[in-house]
Design a protein around this ligand. Structure first.
Ligand code: CUA
Length: 344
């Protein structure tokens, strides 16, 4: 393993500051230690039995004032420059809300207006480690808005060389660009308690997570499917393969954000039923407070799209209520229905 790799746009510069300060410290350490040792030898009692007057040396005093001042101010300037850049937000960066709580990290993607898009839920694979992975696209600026629900935590990604506290009652942030594909561990770097009695997720030490940096294409699929499809595991969704060749109905639904709640690959989200294979099926709906069984045909789909408040799937009636109505043209609705008919 290469411990020196850095996976964000700041990593190299932060490393440069780190090694620069380390180099100055080494020079000072060696210089001071050498002077001390030399003085001990040179002014030992056996060599200088009688004290003598040592006159002031202006040159020497100036040197040991000016040189360390330059060194220390250099370290400050170097560090300050990089720190100031770290605080810069990129307009239009993708925003993810990161919430620390005792003892886990949660991630929620939000749109440009700060509205919830979807929250990351661990899949079966990730559940083994009981962590949700934050997925980010390569070479795209991101902004993590950090918050805490209880005590101080600190979001720390060593591979990115980035760390920021989460503070109850206040929002902090990290703005950066991932520059390397891979999975990078996330730690909590602020001792936040824990008793050791609640199984695995029992304290600061178990507040672990990861950032997965994927290609732009993989990320698009993941994002469009609201986190349901993880292409890097070989998961596929019929509709998302080659969006260019997709039916118009799919494109309309994608544009209208339908896939925030529905999927086209059989995965049920907690916000809406999957649309795969829906056509021709019987389903139970709540209509004017009464449960009824209907067959999904064109008539039904049209009603469900144009007047979603009239009938709601029984399961989702209790969970989330009726679907919000979306303004669509007649041809949009026809496209969507045609697409759903074919979505076997
Ligand atoms: Cu959270 Cu330590």
């Amino acid at each position: 393993m290469n411990l020196a790799f850095g996976a964000s746009n700041y990593a190299d510069r932060i490393d440069a500051v780190f090694w620069g300060i380390t180099a100055v410290s080494v020079v000072l350490l060696i210089g001071i230690t050498a002077a001390m040792v030399w003085f001990v030898w040179r002014y030992h009692r056996s060599r200088r039995p009688r004290p003598e007057h040592v006159p002031d040396s202006m040159g020497l005093e100036l040197a040991w004032t000016i040189i360390p001042t330059i060194l220390v101010m250099g370290m400050f300037w170097f560090g300050w420059k990089v720190f100031a850049d770290l605080r810069k937000k990129t307009p239009g960066a993708m925003v993810v809300n990161v919430t620390g709580s005792q003892w886990q990290w949660r991630y929620m993607y939000v749109d440009e207006k700060g509205q919830r898009r979807f929250e990351v839920a661990p899949d079966e694979e990730e559940k083994k480690g009981e962590t949700a992975e934050l997925v980010l696209p390569l070479n795209k600026p991101v902004q993590l808005n950090l918050a805490s629900t209880d005590v101080l935590h600190s979001f720390y990604v060593p591979a990115f060389r980035l760390k920021e506290d989460t503070v109850p009652g206040r929002e902090t942030y990290l703005a950066f660009t991932p520059t390397m594909l891979g999975v990078f561990p996330v730690f909590c770097a602020e001792y936040c308690g824990g008793t050791g009695t609640r199984g695995k997720l029992d304290g600061h030490w178990s507040m672990l997570s990861a950032v997965r940096v994927v290609t732009e294409e993989e990320f698009r699929i993941y994002y469009e499917s609201n986190g349901a499809v993880r292409p890097w595991r070989g998961q596929k969704t019929a509709a998302l393969e080659g969006a260019a060749a997709m039916p118009r109905g799919w494109e309309t639904m994608s544009r209208q954000g339908c896939f925030r709640c529905h999927t086209d690959n059989g995965v049920e989200t907690k916000d809406g039923p999957t649309l795969k294979g829906i056509y021709g099926r019987e389903r139970r709906v709540v209509r004017a407070g009464i449960v009824a069984t209907v067959r999904v045909d064109e008539e039904y789909l049209r009603r469900a799209i144009e007047h979603p408040e009239v009938e709601t799937s029984e399961v989702y009636f209790r969970k989330v209520g009726p679907m919000p109505r979306v303004e669509l043209s007649e041809s949009d609705v026809t496209d969507i229905i045609r697409y759903l008919r074919e979505l076997k």
